[in-house]
Design a protein around this ligand. Sequence first.
Ligand SMILES: Nc1nc2c(c(=O)[nH]1)N[C@H]1C(S)=C(S)[C@@H](COP(=O)(O)OP(=O)(O)OC[C@H]3O[C@@H](n4cnc5c(=O)[nH]c(N)nc54)[C@H](O)[C@@H]3O)O[C@H]1N2
Ligand SMILES: Nc1nc2c(c(=O)[nH]1)N[C@H]1C(S)=C(S)[C@@H](COP(=O)(O)OP(=O)(O)OC[C@H]3O[C@@H](n4cnc5c(=O)[nH]c(N)nc54)[C@H](O)[C@@H]3O)O[C@H]1N2
Ligand code: SF4
Ligand SMILES: [Mo]
Length: 573
Amino acid sequence: MKMMMSSGRTPEQGAQLYYKDTPEYSRETSYCFLHPMDCMEIGVEEADHVLITSTAGATVFSVRESPETPEGVVFIPCGPHANFILHEKTHATGAPDFKGMEVEVEPTDRPLESAWDLMEHLGGLRYEVPEGIVLPGAEKGEKVVQHAACPLCGCLCDDIELHVKDGVVTEVVNGCLLSAGKFCSKGRMISPIERQGDKWVETDFDDAVKKVAEMFVNAKRPLFYGWSGTSTEAMHIGLEIAEEIGAVMDNCSSECHGPTIMAVQEVGHPGCTLGQIKNRADVIVYWGCNPIAAHPRHLSRYSTFSTGAFREEGRGNRTVIVVDIRESETAKLADIFVQVKPGGDFALFNALRACVRGERDVIPETVAGVERNVIFKLADILLSARFGSFFTGIGLTQSRGKYKNVRAGIELVDELNRHTKYTLTPLRGHWNVDGTNQMFSLAAGYPYAVDYSRGIVHYNPGETSGVDILAQHEADAVLIIGTDLGAHFPHATVEHLANINTIVLDPFISLSTAVAKIHIPVASVGIDAEGTAYRLDGVPIHVKKAFNTDMPSDEVILTKILEEVRRLKAERK
Ligand SMILES: Nc1nc2c(c(=O)[nH]1)N[C@H]1C(S)=C(S)[C@@H](COP(=O)(O)OP(=O)(O)OC[C@H]3O[C@@H](n4cnc5c(=O)[nH]c(N)nc54)[C@H](O)[C@@H]3O)O[C@H]1N2
Ligand SMILES: Nc1nc2c(c(=O)[nH]1)N[C@H]1C(S)=C(S)[C@@H](COP(=O)(O)OP(=O)(O)OC[C@H]3O[C@@H](n4cnc5c(=O)[nH]c(N)nc54)[C@H](O)[C@@H]3O)O[C@H]1N2
Ligand code: SF4
Ligand SMILES: [Mo]
């Protein structure tokens, strides 16, 4: 049966992000959610297997019956299984079609494959972290760290209490499930490894740094990608290396909220801090985002459930609207859930805009699957707000229309601001992805997709963005830092990574390890390293370390690479 694939966050997938080498993670990312009517038509039941095929590839998924998923759509948790069948087109935006690609779904008896299996199909090699790893130089004794910041999602909650014993976090107070998953992960690596044919060989830090610097100096089209999982200080050193060797420097925005940035460049950003929303917002709209799964404490700490100076009753003082293609976990908590057809947001934003303008007579019977009287009711509620807040997600940036959807959303907010006060805040993903845009803009003048190869900075998402450069097979050496492209990039791009000089800088084992030539482990910001990060509303926060170790930080390794690059360049002059 022909269907539309849409992938996104689930709470369970998020809780396993720091356990990608385990069967539990593979289980969570190989589910596919199908409406019971579609199950009947395909001829499958709960837990049966289906083969999902696209122009990019085919793999097996386990069925979960889900009345919340609209008919004709197959919802897959974000991860390596979805991306094994994802094509690499970005339609000149840098962001692939994570939400909206045609696939064929049919019953199968074939077994499920693990994330490692998929990486090996693409030319990778699995690596097993030895059990019982002890971080070198880990601080002895017990302590409690107050006001720690959580280095996971864009909420960057800075009220976390960490209980530490002998260099291990034993308890995370105030953190959500995702937070605990990271702080307590056992997936740390301590020694650099190098792939030699079909085996992994341990090496030392100095040797690894020398080899990496040499690869980058010799590369024709180096790409440094990621950065949203590390400190802003580390990014700055990365930008220096990129400028030194004429690399492309891109960050996770390009596959994520890059289209939001493109929209902001066109029509501006009516933003504010989360504090304003907590204290003032009486109408809250979550559009194309699902914070219960992706930003679990957002509702309680900053918006829906939080009390504020002018919102003393919290939830009782706020009307909550969710616009999504499926009845997400967040939709279940809303006062009003509006189910839009996939890719229909542009039309719906503009219909609302017409209503706010007083042009209700132009609205047809239904717009993108939403009835006219629902649109009128929505417009009335929006107009009744004293302070309204839109939160937008990647349901807008990764579906059909991409940045045009966000542009239409900002224009609706502009229209509403003629009548009352409204703001729009993108629910940025990683704990420091906003920091990437701040630091890249500061150092290079552009927020992402920065190309230094011409001697001056060139920026053109869709051309100088990570997915596109890999899809065109341009890159011959890639640094993956603070991201996991093995898990999260489309099929063909991961296959290309396995064929070139791919270097990973990551404290933890990741699926990118499988496609790397060298993986250099580092200290983890927020655990045994510190630095600056920017919350999703652009507020900078100092991320403390929980304890000391002898592991070198990203900053230390990048500085060594920079020195070695400069030495090699001087030698070759
Ligand atoms: N659990 C967990 N949490 C995470 C992450 C994770 O991997 N796991 N990753 C982090 C990152 S990098 C990011 S960017 C954030 C993302 O956080 P969100 O923006 O919440 O991301 P998604 O769950 O991918 O998509 C949000 C919603 O968009 C809906 N959607 C799909 N297509 C459309 C459409 O055409 N129109 C509309 N209106 N909605 C649509 C989906 O049904 C989904 O409920 O999460 C962060 N937090
Ligand atoms: N199918 C599908 N695929 C998607 C999406 C989707 O919706 N559907 N969403 C896309 C989006 S929006 C995004 S942003 C990406 C998200 O994808 P990624 O950026 O790949 O997210 P994570 O897997 O959390 O990877 C973060 C990495 O940073 C590492 N890390 C943690 N702390 C540190 C540190 O201190 N230093 C360093 N160097 N590394 C550290 C972690 O170990 C981990 O490997 O996925 C994209 N892929
Ligand atoms: S909501 Fe986000 S930042 Fe806050 S504790 Fe959970 S994962 Fe960490
Ligand atoms: Mo993201």
